[in-house]
Design a protein around this ligand. Structure first.
Ligand SMILES: [Zn+2]
Ligand SMILES: [Zn+2]
Length: 389
């Protein structure tokens, strides 16, 4: 079959011929650059969708991935996992019958759809999660993307690999977006914002008279702050090392802020503020001493959640006697334990009602400025960079 080059700026529905030639940011090996590279995409399989990417959020995980720090990731690969775009072709057995060519969609993680976790409403813990999301391949191990020399390129990170102009994605990661004009700020709902908000709204579910400590004030932490504010939680305590971020947390709903660089005893400060320990704590840093500190900060029957990704192989120390006497819980939370098909539309409505002002966190960069966007994320000068294709 002939290889064609897609008309990238075309808005009209058109028939695509496969293999389809397109461009993507390919990372050839750990620590190599995100290099704009011509690739080809195989034909859309029955359960896949061809998406023309319009925006992609950038998540800290993308940097961790490029550095080769996640063991289940192989190279060459295309990362990016907060995509937003337009449907250009639909596989013959896609189950979402309302999905049409031309629809605007947001892309999130993918799932197998039939394991015990998927069928009991907790798809973030799908038994195949590591392979199909981080392995960036289909369930049979194949990948739709190829380099021009014929080598496969892992091109379904989170089912969709959004650092690509066009992507053949798993239907399971596709969520319809009825608000195409807002896709630039909705793209990060697929990972970062869903993770922070979901940890509060789906997992911890604090009540108004309770207290929540949130440590690590990036996109995930601020989404958690906004969700806690939305629930009217009495004490929302934000912790970070950067004053500007803490100030933003305060504007978005934190009732107390703590710069842990300037506070010699954060645990005591929190215990004093909450009269004996917080009800809930959320770690968005993945840093082991921070996690241990947050577990100390919670009071009797308190729950501490890890949301940030700790380096593989690290261990945390807990004091089991305190856990026993105080009935503490420590829990890991992936993607806010959300079902994206249900939760992302809820977050879009929350935003539209003014209760989830994520536009305050996003900065859009043209695709040529990916490196600038990445370095702004690394330096912390921007909370949530989004690239626009
Ligand atoms: Zn599953
Ligand atoms: Zn992410």
């Amino acid at each position: 079959m002939a290889t064609i080059t897609e008309s990238f700026h075309s808005e009209s529905a058109q028939a695509f011929t496969f293999p389809l030639q397109t461009k993507a940011f390919v990372v050839q090996e750990p620590k190599a650059d995100f290099a704009l590279t011509t690739i080809t995409l195989d034909e859309v399989r029955p359960d896949e969708v061809l998406v023309e990417m319009k925006y992609s959020g950038i998540c800290h995980t993308d940097i961790v991935l490029q550095q080769g720090l996640l063991p289940m990731v192989d190279f060459p690969a295309i990362f990016g996992h907060e995509g937003a775009g337009v449907v250009r072709a639909i596989g013959s057995s896609v189950k979402n019958k309302s999905l049409q060519v031309g629809d605007s969609v947001l892309l999130s993680f993918t799932v197998c759809g039939d394991c015990k976790q998927c069928t009991s409403g907790h798809p973030a813990y799908c038994h195949s999660h590591p392979q199909i999301n981080h392995g960036a391949v289909r369930r049979d191990g194949s990948t739709p993307g190829k380099l021009l020399d014929g080598r496969g390129v892992r091109s379904q990170y989170f089912g969709h690999s959004s650092f690509a102009k066009m992507s053949v994605v798993s239907e399971k990661c596709v969520v319809r977006c009825p608000y195409p004009e807002s896709m630039g700020i909705y793209a990060p709902l697929g990972c970062g914002f869903q993770t922070g908000a979901g940890t509060i709204l789906n997992v911890l579910k604090p009540q108004a008279q309770q207290s929540v400590v949130i440590c690590g004030i990036g996109g995930v932490g601020l989404a958690a702050v906004m969700a806690a504010k939305y629930l009217g939680v009495q004490q929302v305590i934000a912790i970070d090392l950067v004053d500007d971020r803490l100030k933003l947390a305060e504007e978005l709903g934190a009732t107390h802020i703590i710069n842990s660089k300037q506070d010699a005893d954060v645990v005591k400060t929190i215990k004093d503020l909450t009269h004996g320990g917080a009800n809930f704590a959320v770690d968005c840093t993945g840093v082991v001493p921070v996690i241990e500190m947050l577990i100390e900060c919670i009071g009797p029957r308190g729950v501490a959640a890890t949301v940030g990704v700790p380096p593989p192989g690290k261990k945390i120390q807990i004091d089991p006697l305190t856990f026993l006497l105080e009935n503490k819980t420590y829990v890991g939370v992936i993607e806010g334990d959300s079902n994206p098909e249900v939760f992302i539309p809820e977050l879009m409505e929350l935003h539209r009602s003014g209760n989830f002002p994520i536009e305050r966190l996003c900065k859009v960069y043209p695709i040529e400025k990916l490196e600038t966007a990445l370095s702004d994320l690394k330096s912390g000068s921007v909370i949530k960079p989004v690239i626009q294709f």
